[in-house]
Design a protein around this ligand. Structure first.
Ligand code: C2O
Ligand code: CU
Length: 540
């Protein structure tokens, strides 16, 4: 295995989109940030150098960081932010990850512009469980705000309502030619007739699950979240913020130019009908008959189009790529995911009824501590967090009813963790609720991938629903969209000692408190214990 060294210089950089200029936070001046290429099992050593005027941390999304939570990155969970003028030397050790993952800032909303792809090749070149592509192309879905992103964050936290939408979605940093001033720079992918291509897609959008489609071309999904999947044929994909999807397509249509397009899937609330586009163009000589046609994407509120795609993902689960789904479970949780309301202290807030919007897991809205939980755990500093995060919600009620008693719209606040024994086998059932609004929540767990063993609409039935779990080839993900007013069951083995954040990857929900923390204890043997912190670890 190799060690790759990189510098990540974080700095404010002038960029221009949608006919106007602004300064955005970037890594090495690039937006989207640099793509990092490694091979299975390699190590990445990164000097994160903060030359910006604000705090930063970098998270390696989907990298398990075995026994080494020190480089995981979420601010005030595993570390304090890297302050302006300082450097943090992060060591990222890969284990079973393969395919596409990504890295992003994990401090306030800076991930809006501070993100990039991480591509993990198999040990033997082209040793893919699918036909070898002629070329591989990363595609990052992102967003552009005309205003300053920190200002957007501060504004909605202060006024208590929904955040402003971005001004455009982006494909590889470009809004596409449906927007003014963008035609020149629209992302274009040149293909040769008859050849096969692998797209490595990352959804780096802040607050939306996205649909994506290439006009006239079918696709075959072969991987997601840093693991291979069984081949899945489709004409569109659904991708959650945080999720990655690898898919193949063959350039087998009459040589021409075709649109690739993406727009929002919004089960509730914020809908933005803008479509971002890129262009697939065949090489060679041909005459363009007309301008390219936009592909038909599913409707913005088409929940079935979203769940049908996500629910068909399967692990390869063969000899060469076996799965390890726990068949017996030692630790079971039922976690409700809710949007909540809280009275505004001083003035009227712009949430429903003049209240402030919050979000919670098991009715606890997470409060960020002032000392990172990992530091407090390791150094035995008391008073930073509590360790009785509830195993199940405090009330039993019809979670997905249309009318839910307003008393249940309130949530408590707290910094509570749940401690897991080393090697315990864990099942979490996420129950979506209809308090205030029912919406899909893409839940993401740090430090582990998990098997998605079941999902459904309505209230989870603990006697009936487990009978239909898929324990044969469940997909191995790090982010899974819990369907609107439905539930999703995941399983994993807690064999990675450390402090691991779990949260909704819609950033407004994360900012509202839809997060909680697991502490996985050390095992007995030396190779089952957390490693010590690096010397330059950013303490609080
Ligand atoms: Cu993509 Cu907590 O992260
Ligand atoms: Cu959410």
């Amino acid at each position: 295995a190799m060690t790759h060294h990189h510098n990540f210089v974080v700095a404010d950089t002038p960029y221009s989109r949608l006919c106007s200029n602004k300064s955005i936070l970037t890594v090495n001046g690039q937006f989207p940030g640099p793509t990092i290429y490694v091979t299975e099992g390699d190590t990445i050593v990164i000097d994160v150098i903060n030359r910006a005027r604000q705090n930063i941390t970098i998270h390696w999304h989907g990298v398990k960081q075995p026994r080494y939570p020190w480089s995981d990155g979420p601010e005030y969970i595993t570390q304090c932010p890297i302050q302006p003028g300082s450097t943090f030397n992060q060591r990222i050790v890969l284990s079973d990850e393969i395919g596409t993952l990504w890295w992003h800032a994990h401090s306030d909303w800076s991930r809006a512009t501070v993100h990039g792809a991480l591509i993990v090749y198999p040990r033997k070149k082209n040793d893919y469980p699918f036909p070898i592509p002629h070329a591989e192309i990363p595609i990052i879905l992102g967003e552009w705000w005309k205003s300053d992103i920190q200002a957007v964050l501060n504004e909605f936290l202060q006024n208590g309502g929904d955040p402003n939408n971005s001004d455009a979605f982006l494909i590889n940093g470009q809004p596409g030619d449906l927007y003014p001033c963008s035609r020149q720079d629209t992302f274009k992918l040149s293909v040769d007739y008859g050849k096969r291509y692998l797209i490595r897609m990352v959804n780096a959008v802040m607050n939306n699950i996205m649909f994506f489609r290439i006009a006239n071309h079918n696709i075959t999904v072969v991987g997601s979240d840093g693991a291979y999947t069984k081949q899945l044929n489709s004409d569109y994909i659904t991708i959650s913020p945080g999720q990655t999807i690898d898919f193949l397509f063959v350039a087998n249509q009459p040589p021409s130019r075709y649109y690739m397009a993406s727009h929002v899937y919004a089960s509730a609330g914020i809908f933005d009908n803008t479509t971002t586009t890129a262009i697939l163009q065949y090489t060679g000589n041909y005459t363009l008959s007309s301008s390219p046609m936009l592909p038909t994407l599913p409707d913005f509120n088409d929940t079935l189009a979203s769940t049908n795609f996500t629910g068909r993902l399967r692990s390869l689960a063969n000899k060469k790529h076996p799965i390890d789904v726990p068949l017996n479970v030692s630790t079971k949780f039922l976690f409700t995911l809710s949007i909540n309301l809280q009275p505004c202290v001083n003035s009227n807030c712009s949430g429903p009824f003049g209240d402030r919007l919050l979000a919670s897991v098991n009715n606890i809205s997470f409060t960020q501590p002032r000392i990172a939980i990992l530091q407090a755990y390791y150094d035995r500093i008391s008073g930073v967090y509590g360790d009785d995060f509830p195993r199940r919600p405090p009330f039993r009620f019809n979670y997905t009813a249309d009318i839910i008693p307003r008393t249940l719209w309130r949530a408590g606040n707290g910094t509570e963790v749940r401690v897991l024994r080393y090697n315990s086998t864990v099942e979490i059932v996420f129950q979506g609720t209809n308090t205030v609004a029912g919406i899909d929540h893409p839940m993401h767990l740090h430090g582990q991938s998990f098997y998605v063993v079941g999902w459904g609409f309505g209230n989870f039935d603990k006697d009936r629903d487990p009978l239909s779990y898929n324990l044969v080839d469940p997909p191995y993900q790090n982010t899974i969209a819990v369907p609107r007013n439905g539930w999703t069951a995941i399983r994993f083995r807690a064999n990675n000692p450390g402090v691991w954040l779990m949260h909704c990857h819609l950033d407004r929900h994360l900012s509202w408190g839809m997060d909680m923390v697991f502490i996985t204890r050390n095992g007995r043997t030396a190779d089952a214990k957390m490693m010590p912190p690096p010397r330059d670890f950013p303490r609080c």
